[in-house]
Design a protein around this ligand. Sequence first.
Ligand SMILES: Cc1ncc(COP(=O)(O)O)c(C=O)c1O
Length: 421
Amino acid sequence: MEKNSTLPKKWGFGGKSEFKPEPVTTIRGALTFLHSNLDPSDKRTVIPMSHTEPSAFPCFNTTEIAADAIADSVRSVKFNGFPPTGGILPARRAVAEHLSQDLPDKLSPDDVFLTLGCKQAAQGIIQVLAGPKSNVLFPKPGFPYYDHFARLYNVEVRYFDLLPEKDWEVDLDSVVAVADENTVAMLIINPGNPCANVFTYQHLKKVAETARKLGILVLSDEVYGHLTYGKNPFVPMGVFGSITPVITVGSISKRWIVPGWRLGWLVTHDPNGILKEHGIIESIKGYLDSSPELPTFIQGAIPDILSKTKEDFFTKIVKLVKEDAISCYEGIKDVPGLSCPTKPEGAMSLMAKLDLSVFDGIKDDQDFCLKLAKEESVIILPGICVGYESWLRITFAIDISSLQDGMKRLKAFCERHSKKA
Ligand SMILES: Cc1ncc(COP(=O)(O)O)c(C=O)c1O
């Protein structure tokens, strides 16, 4: 009997279009595409200046204290059971105390929800905010996860500008221009990915005042919180929770260099009870009730990780990232066709502008990154992936010798492709 004759004429299932492979204009799609175009005959090491994964380099190893906290938590056998929704109390309390150090209104453990990395916090809040007609305001350039989640949950996205000539501040006029009565929230990312900027206290206050006028909440992605090395200190958006409701999302992924531990949080800053009154807190709980939880033994380690990590570990990491940032920024000055409008001050990536008129035979940012990967085994993200065509997003947080090698190859590539006089 023919094997196929037993098959039904029509199967009752099919893949979801929202989950089809990412196009090359997304970070994941671009990375897959660029990696598949590397030249296998090039024996040099591939330099990954495209996504933030410093944990791959030994100089960025996390602190022993964090590793011990995880081992102690597992060995204690106290954290083998299911965790409650939102996380175990000692862990929520530890996050509340940790974040309260920088806030005027102290957080309670009830304001804190533990998540699988900052990513799940971002996904959750977009899902919670999704209403039949609601729209959200995202920065341009931005971080494409948010667009992805908005697409997934049918939330309309409208973009406001960040101003490169003004240290990538939010163009508040453009926020007002795109908002309407269906706008529910605006997103900021501070310290900034992809722009390496850090907003000042005064600017964040204006963001809060603008959001209040519009009757919307501010969602602040602070996954790079405290990773600053320029003139502006990190100010958490929660400081302005009494002006307008604020939700912050964060994790230990970047500051402790452990993205694989997936330890994140979603925190509400709601001293006036507005989020509660409008059902947002209940919805967050409802979302988490039906979502996978952060493993309990990781939760068990949080109090020690947050309270015992020594300042010298953070100082070392910030010093390494700063050295990379400055080396990349200064290096770009010597690369024909590239410029960087502002000195990086925080986080791990910067935006460099491409002057395509300098080059022969390079069509756009995607073509630039494709040829760079093929010819130099250097992976850099085309700006289109973060909503900014004719720019590049360069991630500099790798070990300094690899970065210097990458910058040398980038320079050689640009010189080789420059129009000859
Ligand atoms: C701005 C921003 N938000 C969120 C995330 C995700 O963080 P996590 O690894 O904690 O999920 C990243 C990761 O690169 C990021 O850059």
